[in-house]
Design a protein around this ligand. Structure first.
Ligand code: HEM
Length: 229
């Protein structure tokens, strides 16, 4: 769907409530609800991370002091993890219509991600999100489910057989390590690597130039303007 609101206050006010509209020199990329959901996912993720790492190994014991000690972490971690899970599922349903996988997306697991990170791709994936973002989106949802299921077993250990408990510890640790690597890359791409991206999650808007450069097809749909491919 494309709609145009030209550079007026009205355009900006409308734009903040509705995504994919032009507001002056900006384009609204994430409406308020999307940003609130995203930051709830991020905040709960970091609370679960900070409370979970000191429980995992004493190497990160110092993190416990940030939250009031190890006992607080032990209590807090499963609740923060549960909030993270719930918000990830809310995020999944909120964004899934923009995240339909496309045939070339699997290339992002290897070569495409590499060329993208080195800015060597002259034809960036063009929709509102690129294949790497779509894969990350599904990985977050699957990872959240994996962390919840394995976490429940560890939360109520007496309810489950030893074998399942040991398997859950492995699943929880491996999922969390993959998550951490993916999230660090995600934060790097959303801030330092691609200037102008972070404000899409604070103000909700990006510049026209950012949209044209990173997501040309999306830009074209939103503005009805031709861009070179
Ligand atoms: C300080 C931490 C974080 C920052 C600065 C950040 C930044 C951003 C930004 C700027 C976007 C919009 C990208 C775009 O419109 O093209 C975004 C999207 C997204 N974020 Fe985050 N984020 C953070 C933490 C997280 C965490 C912890 C998760 C999940 C565990 C997460 C999951 C997502 C997902 C699934 C998307 C949509 C797909 C994508 O654009 O990659 N974010 N984030």
């Amino acid at each position: 769907m494309s709609s145009i609101a030209h550079g007026t206050e009205i355009g900006i006010a409308t734009g903040r409530a509705h995504e994919n509209v032009v507001a002056g020199n900006d384009v609204v990329r994430h409406q308020r609800a999307s940003r609130l959901i995203h930051w709830s996912v991020a905040v709960s993720f970091f609370i679960a991370l900070l409370s979970g790492m000191p429980i995992w190994t004493p190497l990160f014991g110092w993190m416990a002091y940030l939250l009031g000690g190890l006992e607080v972490c032990r209590w807090l971690h499963p609740y923060a993890g549960s909030v993270f899970f719930v918000m990830s599922i809310v995020q999944f349903f909120h964004w899934r219509s923009d995240m339909h996988l496309q045939p070339g997306d699997r290339d992002w697991i290897g070569s495409k991600a590499f060329t993208y990170m080195h800015h060597a791709d002259s034809k960036p994936d063009a929709g509102k999100y690129n294949g790497g973002q779509r894969l990350f989106f599904y990985a977050v949802t699957l990872g959240a489910i994996g962390l919840l299921l394995s976490g429940i077993v560890m939360w109520f250990p007496l309810e489950f057989p030893v074998m399942l408990r040991e398997l859950s510890i492995w699943l929880h640790d491996i999922t969390f390590i993959c998550f951490l690597i993916a999230v660090i890359t995600h934060i790097y791409l959303g801030t330092a690597a691609e200037p102008g991206t972070f404000r899409s999650m604070t103000r909700g808007t990006v510049t026209r130039a950012w949209a044209r450069f990173h997501h040309p097809d999306w830009y074209r749909k939103v503005t009805d303007e031709e861009t070179k491919r």
